[in-house]
Ligand binder design. Structure first.
Ligand code: MG
Length: 170
């Protein structure tokens, strides 16, 4: 007899914003007059999503997997980091059921870009686009997000693993 184990993971990330675009977000480049500052390509959404996936499998976090002290991670494509992290999660037997993401940015308006971000993330995770939720909130002109000093993202990921009853389960 087989049973399914579900696990949920939570991810959060923040990056400072600097003058000049483009803004790398959700695996795409968005034309904007500010960019996220970071050791890698500073994709705040993919970093939060990577942590959500790692968290679901209790496999640590993105900083442990890809230290910002390592030269090979300088300017690194966050799509590659997400793929590598998800490969580890899959190797442990877990597959994504769905993910849900919130981006906190005063500007730009993300409405016109949500579909492309959704499709990009779905392709990276090899899941249908309708299992990837993308939402956007402003900072209501207050706080670091509202003052356009920072961009943040939060994600949850649900994963499942099929197990045979009698084997070791958690
Ligand atoms: Mg980050």
């Amino acid at each position: 007899m087989r049973r399914t184990t579900f696990r949920v993971g939570l991810g959060h990330d923040t990056h400072r914003l600097g003058e000049g675009g483009p803004l790398v977000l959700g695996g795409i480049e968005i034309p904007h007059d500010r960019h996220a500052i970071g050791h890698s390509d500073a994709d705040v959404l993919l970093h939060a999503l990577t942590d959500a996936l790692l968290g679901a499998a209790a496999m640590g976090d993105i900083g442990e997997l890809f230290p910002d002290t390592a030269a090979e991670n300088r300017g690194r494509d966050s799509k590659e980091m997400l793929r590598l992290a998800y490969e580890r999660v899959r190797a442990a037997g877990y597959c994504v059921v769905n993910v849900d993401c919130v981006v906190f940015a005063q500007r730009p308006k993300l409405g016109p870009h949500k579909r492309r971000i959704q499709e990009t993330i779905a392709a990276l995770l090899e899941v249908p686009a309708d299992t990837v939720g993308i939402k956007a909130k402003t900072g209501e002109l207050v706080g670091p997000v509202g003052r356009e000093e920072a961009i943040m993202a939060e994600c949850v990921a649900l994963v499942e693993r099929f197990e045979t009853t009698g084997s070791q389960t958690r």
